[in-house]
Write a protein that binds this ligand. Structure first.
Ligand SMILES: [Cu+2]
Length: 124
C-alpha cells in the first residue's frame, strides 16, 4: 500500500513538472512564429490621415490615394495603393475627392501589413 501511495505521489509530481514545461514550449513556439513582434506589437494599430483619391478599383476593393504623413509608422506623404476592408466604403467616390482614411497597421507572416478600415469623404 505504501508503494502505491508513493507511486501516485510521483505521478502527481510528474504532472506538475510536465504542465509548465509544455506551456513554456508552446509560448516559445508562438513567439518564434511571430518573429520579433511581441503580443503587444502584433495587435493592429489604426491611424487616420487626410488623403486625396487618385484612383478607385472597386472590383478589387482597392484605392490609390495621395495621403498625408503618418509619423506613428514613419510614413511620409505619398501616393500609393491600399486594400480596402469593406468595398462599400468606395461607393460614390471618384478621383479628386478629399477623404480621411483610417489605416490599420499590423504584422503579417511576410512583414508589416496595412489596409484601409474606414474612409469618409470630406470634400471634393
Ligand atoms: Cu504611403
Amino acid at each position: 500500500m505504501k508503494s502505491l501511495t508513493q507511486y501516485i505521489v510521483a505521478l502527481g509530481v510528474a504532472a506538475l513538472l510536465t504542465s509548465p514545461g509544455l506551456a513554456l514550449a508552446q509560448g516559445h513556439a508562438g513567439h518564434d512564429g511571430m518573429g520579433h513582434g511581441g503580443a503587444a506589437q502584433a495587435a493592429p494599430r489604426v491611424y487616420s490621415t487626410d488623403a486625396e483619391v487618385v484612383e478607385i478599383d472597386a472590383a478589387n476593393s482597392r484605392i490609390v490615394a495621395k495621403h498625408g504623413p503618418i509619423p506613428q509608422v514613419g510614413w511620409e506623404a505619398m501616393t500609393m495603393g491600399f486594400q480596402v476592408g469593406d468595398p462599400g466604403l468606395l461607393e460614390g467616390l471618384k478621383p479628386g475627392d478629399k477623404v480621411t482614411m483610417d489605416i490599420s497597421f499590423g504584422e503579417g507572416p511576410g512583414g508589416p501589413t496595412y489596409a484601409v478600415v474606414d474612409l469618409a469623404k470630406t470634400g471634393q
